[in-house]
Ligand binder design. Sequence first.
Ligand SMILES: [Mg+2]
Length: 317
Amino acid sequence: MRKTIFCFWAALSLAAAAQPAPLDSAGVYDKLWVQTSADYRAHCLQTYGWATRSLRERASLEGRHDARGRLVETNNVQERPLAVIMDLDDTVIDMSVYRTFLHAMGRDFELETWNAFLDYQADHAEACRSVPGALEFIAEAEKLGYTVFFISNRTEETRPQTIRVLEKLGVNTRDLDKRMMLDAGSEEDARQARALMARLGIAESSREGQALLKAQSRKERRRLQVSLEYRPVALIGDDLGDFLSFVPEAGASPEKVMQARYQAVADERERLGRQYFILPNPMYGNWSPGGTLPKKGAAGYLRDDGFLDYYRRRGGK
Ligand SMILES: [Mg+2]
């Protein structure tokens, strides 16, 4: 009898192996990693630990504060205060719940659901979570005398909700109207980019000028704006766009954009872990379908290096 039962279960498991069904976990590993793993926390704490040590070292070298308590460089005649620039989403504020919602609904990012989530988050303390290490980092940076700026592509209309969430998290929101730079919309952004170019003597037709105008919805213009009065010494984000401005040529293939992004990382390697501190985000970003990769057929970019053919040739099922 025992033998019969064994054969029955063996046959059942063989049948299951012959017809692979999609795993229950398909498409949720990224969110599970962020929401449940100790490993994600370790990555974040590691990045924020490096950033904190870098700021402490710099503060001990520069070591002078102006009348407002801001850290300034002693060898800088203009005495620009030192600053830190941080992204918000999945750098300070944990937004993985919105991704869980999209997965449950089988939907992609849309402004309508995004704005609904921002409203919900602002009214529900249980949905206000911070990225591990972020709050301690901000508090330490401010204690040392750095001015902390937030540059986010959240729209200007969502400023009240964003402030409420930051308050709930215990982030210092004093002077946030100057320190939090959101997406003002393409027209206003272009106007501000032109004003900035006039001030800095950048010709609109120059490469830099064109990049500033083309990157209207991105963050480069706002980073430049901060650097007029401050010296940003650390940038913290979860996407390369939080550090660098990419302006791919019109119609450039995904392969070409990917190569340009790899090259940018190679070029900026010395700054990684010194001035640029990147947090993990496997859920979305400029790298993902709809960004660098096409929305349709993105799975075609997965590599198998010939293993699938090899496995079938040797009779694998
Ligand atoms: Mg982000």
